[in-house]
Design a protein around this ligand. Structure first.
Ligand code: ZN
Length: 286
């Protein structure tokens, strides 16, 4: 299933994108695409409601004019894996990590997939990162096998792990300052439930800036697979339904390419992942 949220920030309603392309209103079926959605059996309730054929359609004109909200509402936490693609580790000059590199991102950074991205005040090194986001559907603690880890995955979405490299690398021994700036995590357009993704380690992911292709990777090239990442994280923290895990970015970020073409006001960044849709955001000053 492809689920989305339509409406102004804080007032989004949950919507099902039907296989025939119609947008069906899920108001009254589920509250929102949040933690409670998973705890209350949201996917089954949506399927049952769809099968009745009675879900009201939102007119195409109304959909076209509406804002898309983030694919997850109010995630409890956003956990990120750094340097999880060999080519990206190499371009940044970092060694291939022997274990996943884990950091956290302020969950309030999560915004809609087409919302403006704010360039922080004083920033000269705002950078992009297309990533496969994992949405946790089931509580995960001390998982032992890859199969258990994949069972905890509720769905997937596109994530832009926007990063300010000076704040990240030059101001502190930790990365947090450059990862948690306002609007630094566009997420969506869809929450694609896990059953619809045949193999999450075979997804092409791409990013362009002003129409120029900058990243062109494949989740097959992750150093630590989605299952390994979830299992590893669960040894150190509890992952709760509605949490988001950004699984790392392939090569081609501004930090790693010739001339370091960091983002400027007016730039447009576009992201896509096979089967998960696309994002388009404009850069504006904070
Ligand atoms: Zn990242």
């Amino acid at each position: 299933m492809k689920l989305l949220r339509l409406g102004e920030p804080g007032r989004e309603r949950p919507v099902l994108l039907a296989p025939d392309g119609r947008h069906l209103d899920l108001t009254g079926v589920v509250g929102d695409l949040d933690r409670a959605f998973w705890l209350d059996g949201g996917p089954d309730r949506v399927r049952a409601a769809f099968d009745t054929g009675a879900l009201p359609e939102i007119p195409a004109g109304e959909v076209a004019g509406a804002r898309l909200g983030s694919a997850v509402a109010r995630p409890g936490k956003v956990v990120c894996i750094g340097l999880n693609y060999r080519d990206h580790a190499e371009e940044t000059g970092a060694p291939i990590p022997p274990r996943p590199v884990v950091f956290m991102k302020d969950p309030y950074t999560v915004v809609g997939p087409n919302d403006d991205i704010l360039i922080p005040r004083g920033s000269v090194k705002t950078d992009w990162e297309v990533e496969l986001a994992v949405v946790i559907g089931k509580r995960a603690r001390y998982l032992e096998t890859d199969a258990e880890a994949l069972e905890a995955v509720g769905g997937f979405a596109i994530s832009n792990d926007v990063s300010e490299r000076e704040f990240q690398l030059e101001r502190s021994g930790q990365w947090d300052l450059g990862k948690s700036c306002e609007t630094f995590n566009p997420l969506g357009p869809y929450l694609v439930t896990a059953d619809e993704v045949t193999d999450c380690q075979k997804l092409g992911l791409r990013l362009s800036v002003n129409g120029e292709r900058r990243q062109d990777g494949d989740t097959a090239n992750m150093i630590f697979s989605v299952a390994e990442v979830i299992r590893y994280l669960s040894q150190h923290m509890v992952l709760e339904p509605g949490d988001v895990v950004n699984t790392g970015t392939p090569a081609g970020v501004a930090l790693g390419i010739a001339g370091n073409p960091y983002l400027r006001s007016g730039d447009v960044v576009e992201l896509e992942i096979d089967g998960l849709g696309s994002q388009r955001s404009k850069l504006v000053p904070a």
